[in-house]
Design a protein around this ligand. Structure first.
Ligand code: ADP
Ligand code: ADP
Length: 229
């Protein structure tokens, strides 16, 4: 069973045709990078996967559940699919620790102690254990993005979506964020990554999908071959 499956999906914003006949299957543990010009529908594709947008027609299955089916529990789908945004979206008035543990406590019903223990492991993973009591504005953009990744992982998602996670960062911070993403990939996470970082796409991606004007123009499992073209 695919983790994510688009069958003949169309998406309109009013009259604007944003996704055109999308067919895409992503297996558990696959890392798919999505590239393409601005406005080609990459972000819309991600937002459909985690239910921030609905598709106009066709079928979209996440973890086997059809998002258009009333019996599908969208809260479970949103819990199963994490998303990391370009602009981090951390809670400014909460510490790093509170940012990471809030979702697990409220949604996963973890105790404070358990959620904090798991948060420390995640902070270690992203290399920021010493920042547990800092507030977001005391961190660099790159550090904030690594916290945002830790926060997503704390919800124990089955898949993680990244929407241009390094585009808002100063160049010297991009490498640290990409390294964390690489570690997450190596741990077997299913990942869909919209990015301009061709090095990441080539080194970490199992597949590369090229979108233009709302369509998937190319979908390559042979990532090395794609870059030799
Ligand atoms: P990309 O991520 O590739 O830059 P997007 O998915 O953000 O592309 O946008 C694809 C197209 O859909 C763009 O032309 C954009 O203006 C349009 N679009 C995106 N979101 C909306 C929206 N909420 N309402 C209307 N048009 C939108
Ligand atoms: P697990 O790893 O235990 O399968 P899930 O969150 O996928 O964890 O599933 C927990 C339960 O919820 C299972 O019984 C599963 O069938 C059901 N479930 C999972 N996702 C959805 C969904 N989006 N809509 C409805 N039921 C779901």
């Amino acid at each position: 069973m695919s983790m994510i499956e688009f069958n003949n999906v169309e998406k309109y914003y009013g009259k604007f045709h944003a996704l055109k006949n999308i067919n895409l299957k992503i297996d558990q543990g696959e890392v798919v990078t999505i590239i393409g010009p601005s406005g080609s529908g990459k972000s819309t594709l991600l937002r459909c996967i985690n239910g921030l947008e609905t598709v106009t027609s066709g079928q979209l299955l996440i973890n086997g559940y059809d998002l258009a089916d009333k019996k599908t529990d969208m809260n479970k789908t949103r819990k199963n699919v994490g998303m990391v945004f370009q602009h981090f979206n951390l809670y400014a008035n909460k510490t790093v620790m509170q940012n990471i543990t809030l979702g697990p406590q409220v949604v996963l019903k973890q105790s404070k102690a358990q959620s904090e223990e798991e948060a420390h492991k995640l902070l270690e993973l992203v290399g920021l254990n010493e920042k547990a009591n800092s507030f977001p504005d005391q961190l660099s953009g790159g550090q904030q993005q690594r916290i945002a990744i830790a926060r997503s992982l704390a919800m124990k998602p089955k898949a993680l979506l990244f929407d241009e996670p390094t585009s808002a960062l100063d160049p010297e911070m991009i490498g640290d964020v990409l390294n964390v993403m690489k570690t997450v990939a190596e741990q077997g996470m299913t990942m869909v990554v919209v990015t301009h970082e061709m090095g990441f796409a080539q080194e970490v991606g199992d597949r590369i999908v090229f979108m233009a004007d709302g369509s998937i123009l190319e979908d390559h499992s042979d990532v090395a071959g794609f870059f030799k073209q």
